[in-house]
Design a protein around this ligand. Sequence first.
Ligand SMILES: [Mg+2]
Length: 290
Amino acid sequence: MKKSRLYSALLCGAVITSSAMATPAQHAKTHVDTHIETQTMTSSNNDNLLISAVAWKQTAAEYKALYYQAFNMAKMQVDLALAKHKMGDKPLAVISDLDDTLLNASNYWGYMIEHNKAFFDDAIWDAWVPKNHYTATPGALDFVKYCQSKGVEVFYVSNRDQGENTYDYAVGNLTHLGFPFVDKKHLIIQTDISNKEPAQHKIMQFYNVIAQLGDNLNDFQRKYYSQDVDERTRLMEEDKTLFGSKFILMPNPTDGHWIRAIFGESEPEDTPENRQRFFDAATKSAWDGK
Ligand SMILES: [Mg+2]
């Protein structure tokens, strides 16, 4: 018997035994105690700033559908490029980010909520990455394999730093899930810089890059690397016609440079000041009740 099932069976037995033997007064007290205990646990966990975002990531069919939508759009771009591609043209390629684009880390975020961590935590992330608890984002594997079947090369460009084994961990994450193109040519892991443009431009010298896939504006162009919320939006809007064609954007409500724009850093501390900042961000526009 699995440990969890054994635990459930023991717990179930304990509840039945205590209920059957309790007097009505004891039964009521047990019920109240349990109720208080549950409430206390719930209120402390409800204090987590990320609970809504993570619940959405873990359960919303809409979240998953947005990935299918993104990969459907990317596939459309691939098909258009293939139809136009002529002998002698540069070979076709797609550039993709990894985390929250092709790889889903909801399992990490579940741990964060269970341990009441309010923001991205590097030390926990670095311990989690090598465990290969990722899943592929919905549609990711089919899309990359479709590219491969059509002779379109997929390059992975990711910013990660888990020490000297960073590259091997990324290889492990991708091969564990069955992604193709996991080799030195196609898998580019940057541990020292967050600017992806030099790596992307190098690929563009030799390939006609159909589209770039990412969950962070920084995955597309460095110009979006602004710490100002409104400036970031303004810069994005300059390129609004490119989203869904050149730039294929995935949803990420838990982390990324949108967090950096609010707090000035991507991994803020859980302090009263930062909680106030998050509150201010959430009430950037708010009805005054009149
Ligand atoms: Mg990412």
